[in-house]
Design a protein around this ligand. Structure first.
Ligand code: NDP
Length: 299
């Protein structure tokens, strides 16, 4: 099996380099591509992407690249649309022509965040931001292309590598006596490693069972708020490394309105993952298991 991976250095892309490697020949590109081999990895270059797929003729294309700066996307909608909608559309057309399976990632931000029930895959969408809107356009373009595809909508992604919410909380707790954290947005922190491992399983199974093609919700089990997440991070860090500087006596819950941002976020980001678990026979561990593991790695 030949696999083309785009966005190899993002949170999910980095973990995919590990999880996809045992499946076959992996060609992993970042936006600079592979100049020597004439391969383009830049999502802004639609012709370059098409030519790369034509030249490589991969069995599987995995797109882990995207415009993920949610607030910035509000002021650069053309770029967000290019990366999140037009590039996936070009990849989908190229995948269809090459008979390849396209694996792509989308987001809880395609929903408007109303209610408290976990969203099923076929629940009505209603993005609140440019990021959510363009990600939804990307999903629709892939579905319309007719290519075999796996679209994984995920939420609150973290990885041990690079910056993340937990590291920010640990830094702030070392500096401040009081932290304020949003307590009215609910979701499940989901590790990039889990997303990558599930992706590899699903690729193998979908290559044998093309009817598995479709949209799936992929998030860790359980639910929390950002406030609950912060409390868990600080409590766990205290146990794992008691000598860690921690001035924060108080982690105060505040509403979303306390932190105005250019992009509006959904309050309810709970994702119903039953379809994924049943189709692929997988178990999605509780979010605390992955976060504790990540903290053990970084502390
Ligand atoms: P990251 O922001 O960690 O990685 C995105 C990658 O895209 C980066 O490596 C970035 O490269 C690359 N990229 C940006 N512009 C281009 C371009 N023009 N050409 C090629 N590559 C480019 O994202 P995640 O790993 O967190 O996200 C993976 C997927 O999951 C995305 O589809 C995202 O929408 C989705 N998702 C993420 C969530 C989250 O909380 N992070 C939540 C829900 C869904 P560079 O580093 O060079 O900029």
């Amino acid at each position: 099996m030949k696999i083309l991976l785009l966005g190899k250095n993002g949170q999910v892309g980095w973990e995919l380099q590990r999880s996809l490697a045992p499946l076959g020949e992996l060609v992993a590109l970042d936006r600079a591509g592979d100049v020597e081999r004439g391969l383009c990895g830049d999502l802004q270059d639609l012709d370059g992407l098409r030519q790369t797929v034509q030249a490589l003729r991969p069995d599987v294309i995995v797109n882990a690249a995207a415009h993920t700066a949610v607030d910035k996307a509000q002021s650069e909608p053309e770029l967000a649309r290019r990366l999140n909608a037009e590039a996936p559309a070009a990849l989908a057309d190229a995948a269809q022509a090459a008979g390849a399976l396209l694996v792509h990632y989308s987001t809880d931000y395609v929903f408007d965040g109303g209610g408290t029930a976990p969203w099923a895959e076929d629940a009505p969408t209603g993005p609140l931001s440019v990021y959510g809107t363009t990600k939804l356009e990307g999903e629709r373009a892939i579905q319309a292309s007719g290519c075999r595809h796996l679209i994984f909508r995920t939420s609150w992604v973290y990885a041990a590598r690079g910056g993340n919410f937990a590291k920010t909380m640990l830094r702030l707790a070392a500096e401040r006596e009081r932290l304020t954290v949003i307590d009215d947005q609910f979701g499940a922190p989901t590790g990039a490693d889990l997303i990558a491992d599930v992706s590899a399983h699903a690729v193998r199974q979908t290559n044998q069972e093309p009817r598995h093609s479709g949209v799936y919700h992929l998030a860790a089990a359980g639910v929390t708020s950002w406030h609950g997440y912060a409390r868990f991070v600080l409590d766990t860090a205290r146990v794992l490394k008691p000598e860690l500087p921690n001035k924060a006596q108080d982690v105060a819950p505040v509403p979303t309105s306390a932190f105005p941002t250019p992009a509006q976020r959904p309050l309810n980001s709970r994702l119903n993952t039953a379809r994924l678990r049943q189709t692929f026979g997988l178990v999605l561990p509780h979010w605390q298991i992955g976060v504790r593991r990540m903290l053990t790695e970084i502390l």
